[in-house]
Design a protein around this ligand. Structure first.
Ligand SMILES: [Zn+2]
Length: 71
């Protein structure tokens, strides 16, 4: 029942990505993975937080990751 309710809520409000993996870097991209929906959430090593509203297609996130790796 709880799962059904959660799926319904996710469908209406979208997944809140409250259960995520630890951030990790793969192929020069740093991200967390949501354990509920499987979405990759970009993670900034500069701010040490999830990058809201950005995606991997942007050059900014890659540049940020590269900058953090140089530190
Ligand atoms: Zn999610």
């Amino acid at each position: 029942m709880t799962t059904i309710l959660k799926i319904a809520l996710d469908a209406v409000f979208g997944c809140r990505h409250s259960h995520v993996t630890r951030p990790f870097t793969l192929r020069r991209k740093t991200y967390e993975v949501c354990l509920d929906c499987g979405r990759e959430i970009p993670y900034s090593l500069v701010t040490m937080s999830q990058m809201k509203g950005s995606s991997f297609s942007g050059k900014v996130s890659v540049a940020e990751t590269a900058k953090a790796g140089a530190l």
